[in-house]
Ligand binder design. Structure first.
Ligand code: ATP
Length: 242
């Protein structure tokens, strides 16, 4: 479904992503892992076009998308979350979910008008995620994990077919973590394709069908969790015996 081919992103002399090639199968949960600075977030940024790749191609459902603007990529069905929540100032969770999806990643302190249809859709998503109780809370008063759920809700507003989750478990308490894992599974069971960057190896091993390992901007291994767990190159580069 998603094909990343020879993707490169250079910052001056730093080769953050250096010829990355991998596929994400439709209906799969694929993890992109690697040590700090491996280039995972930069790869996400290039795929979702929040950064322009230096070289390489990204294909979604047979269409080349690496030249498209981010909102066009969202329209094609690919949406992503960010490591740091994009909580908008002075807005409730409901307003955040609707406005974040409208502005497609750009901060905008104006509150756009919300239609009844949008409110109904957002409330339906909050219900799906079990967080209707916080719909009218100020987004900035949420716990770290609740913000992650709010971001996930905003992501779902665009009816994506593939979602890119950047560290959905980062800084989240264990109870909420299990909730988030459950939601990712539930979405995947309903046909959503998921590409996930995450440092929590236990979560990755439990959740993923396939793992792509990056180090120093390159893909160094690919396979099922059991294979990756045993891969000497991966153990050496990253896992340290997990
Ligand atoms: P982490 O797991 O710590 O989030 P990562 O695998 O997501 O790391 P990136 O954040 O993509 O790695 O960073 C890859 C490399 O690119 C790092 O060396 C980083 O310092 C560098 N880098 C990322 N963004 C920029 C930038 N805007 N300017 C210069 N260098 C950058």
């Amino acid at each position: 479904m998603l094909k990343v081919n020879g993707l490169c992103k250079y910052f001056g002399g730093i080769k953050a992503v250096d010829g990355c090639t991998f596929n994400v199968d439709r209906g799969s949960i694929t993890a992109l892992i690697g040590p700090n600075g491996a280039g995972k977030t930069t790869a996400f940024n290039c795929i979702s076009r929040t950064a322009a790749p230096t070289k390489g191609e990204v294909w979604l459902d047979g269409e080349r998308i690496d030249h498209l603007r981010p909102h066009k990529i969202t329209q094609r069905g690919l949406s992503r979350t960010f490591q740091i929540s994009r909580n908008l100032a002075d807005m409730t969770v409901l307003e955040n979910v609707i406005c974040q999806s409208k502005i497609g990643g750009w901060r905008d302190l104006m509150k756009p008008a919300m239609s009844t249809q949008e409110i109904d859709k957002a409330m339906g998503i909050l219900d799906f995620l079990g967080i209707t109780r916080i719909a009218y809370e100020d987004g900035s008063n949420l716990s770290y994990g609740q913000k992650k759920l709010m971001d996930l809700a905003a992501l779902l507003m665009s009816d994506p077919k593939i979602i890119l989750l950047d560290e959905p478990a980062g800084g989240v308490n264990p109870t909420l973590l299990e909730e988030i894992v459950g939601h990712i599974r539930k979405l995947n069971d309903q046909g959503m394709t998921v590409l996930i960057v995450e440092h929590n190896m236990d979560l990755i091993m439990r959740l993923s069908h396939r793992i792509v390992v990056m180090a120093q901007g390159k893909v160094i291994a690919e396979g099922e969790p059991a294979e990756i767990r045993e891969d000497p190159l991966v153990l050496d580069a990253y896992l340290g015996g997990v």
